[in-house]
Design a protein around this ligand. Structure first.
Ligand SMILES: N[C@@H](CCC[C@H](N)C(=O)O)C(=O)O
Length: 291
């Protein structure tokens, strides 16, 4: 039996089990990840995050060639035991965890470059939580989205943020609330790698004081319905701006069941980036015997 020391954290209710394994000596099996995330038999979480030094695992070592400052890698796993490229809520909680555990030196605490399977992401600590530069994004294929509680399948826009998303606009809040996300939505054509599916409605009025406001629910790949998805909120804002055309703002506020997140699009030398701002909370620490 292995005893794991862990910390439970969340960002707008999207929750994670975090643990430190600097030398990459404790690779959990998919069964162990499913156990940790089980809300009845384990700790309970949407995902597991291993804090590992980039140089200690091959995916991290490749990252160091791109950005030698990215000392720590976010080794992210969904609750079903599958790895994911990125997690927008998870990376804020991870940055908070690294600082709280004293794993990063004080001079790194302002802008922290973190390795992920989707490249290096810079996280900034501020007065209103943490902001992560999610980097470049791209439009992907359109798909039809069918879900329980929806009368007919709706068109969904693919958005790639390092991990895959399909965003569907619904007609009104009533439709959003009557969705049954206990069962997985289906996509046509079905993407081989799966996708996170976001359902979105505008608030009334959409734009207030220069900020566009939308409400979202999400069915996450490898998890199910979650209270929030950070990369999903960025995908939803990008899709809505795309549909809205010229004149849409670059500042968005996205309400999810677990709270509110801010999304901003901004120009850089390599093209437009999108950033995400929101809270990061560490709730408790404990030890658990792994099966
Ligand atoms: N909750 C995350 C996304 C986690 C990964 C996702 N389920 C996937 O498989 O791509 C977020 O906050 O971005």
């Amino acid at each position: 039996m292995t005893t794991l020391s862990f910390t439970k954290g969340h960002g707008t209710g999207n929750d994670f089990v975090l643990f430190t394994d600097p030398q990459g000596e404790l690779t959990l099996s998919p069964e162990q990840i499913r156990f940790l995330c089980d809300r009845r038999f384990g700790v309970g979480a949407d995902g597991v995050i291993r804090a590992v030094r980039s140089r200690a695992i091959p995916e991290g070592a490749a990252i160091l060639e791109e950005e030698p400052e990215a000392e720590w890698f976010m080794d992210y796993w969904n609750a079903d035991g599958t790895p994911a490229e990125m997690c927008g809520n998870g990376i804020r909680v991870y940055a908070h965890y690294l600082v709280s555990e004293g794993l990063v030196t004080p001079e790194r605490r302002d802008t922290l470059p973190i390795g992920t399977r989707a490249g290096v992401k810079d996280v900034l600590a501020g007065v209103s939580g943490y902001t992560v530069d999610l980097g470049r994004w791209r439009l992907a294929e359109e798909r039809l989205v069918a879900a329980y509680g929806l009368d007919v399948a709706r068109p969904g826009l693919g958005i790639d943020l390092g991990n895959p998303h399909v965003v569907t606009a619904l007609a009104h809040v009533g439709e959003l609330e009557s969705l049954d996300l206990h069962r997985a939505p289906t996509l046509d054509p079905a993407p081989a790698e799966g996708a996170n599916v976001e359902f979105v409605v505008p608030e009334e009025p959409l734009v207030k004081d220069g900020v566009a406001r939308i409400r979202m629910r999400v069915y996450e790949r490898g998890v199910g319905e979650t209270l929030s998805c950070g990369t999903g909120t960025a995908a939803a804002a990008l899709a809505f701006r795309h549909w809205g055309g010229d004149g849409m703002p670059n500042h968005w506020s996205v309400e999810v069941p677990g709270g509110r997140l801010a999304v901003r699009m901004f120009p850089t030398e390599e093209g437009e980036h999108v950033s995400l701002n929101g809270p990061a909370e560490l709730v408790y620490s404990g030890e658990i015997e792994l099966p």
